[in-house]
Design a protein around this ligand. Sequence first.
Ligand code: AMP
Length: 279
Amino acid sequence: MKLVTTRSELSKIQETGLKNNTIGLVPTMGNLHQGHLELVKRSLQRTQKTMVTIFVNPKQFGPNEDFEKYPRTLEADLLKLKELDGADNIVVFAPQSTLEIYPEGFNTTIEVQGLDNLLCGANRPGHFKGVTTVVYQLFKLSGADMAFFGQKDFQQFKIIEKMVHDLSLEIELEMCPIIREPSGLALSSRNQYLSSSEREEARLIKETLDHLKELFLENREKALKKREDILFHEPRWQYLEVLDGSHLTEVSAKTNQVVVAGAFLMGDTRLIDNILFDL
Ligand code: AMP
């Protein structure tokens, strides 16, 4: 496994170690857990070389969000990656400074309009512009043929998919399933902010999504009414939506895949989750 921390090291390695290989990209903010590692494993299966990026992207954090306290654990992350089968085919790009991604004077924003004003986008203004800008930059810097993202950030995936389509980017995307704790709680670097009782209570997130799915399959009206009741009685839900999974619009007669998605505020910690199902 190789670690590079600057753009110039990255271009050197592209000329030597990566040339003539298919490249899979796994963008992360580090503090790796099994959810991230499954993306890396998938990339190792599908491509010859895998580039894992570890970069806490300031552009995707709002002014009152957790950019400063976001866990940075590079040494431990590298150890986890080294233990994977096929680790020889991994290049880790962990920029030593934000300037490696956004050089002095960088003044460009990539924005996918329309899909970013609902769900997480409605509560985190500017977040998805930060995501698409860094992901575009990472696509270019890595020269990747494929990129792997988690369903955990479903709206993010849909927005990146639209960016790739609109800008005719030559990269294949794959969305990988959500990895969960035995309680059902989706793994997240932010789970470590939770106390043990909050972590226990957080199982209600996935349970609520599953319950809405069951109700929806039984009776759509009932499910939508239940959703309203939950939002009314539990203000810690920042949003809870049942939408068309292809277009993130209201479910209609044309819908063939449904997403139930929610964001829940557990103390100061914002937890997101979703489930997808076919009709
Ligand atoms: P992050 O480091 O949180 O920006 O996440 C990097 C990538 O890992 C994104 O594509 C996430 O969707 C994905 N990811 C995060 N948590 C999980 C999880 N529990 N299961 C699957 N993928 C995940």
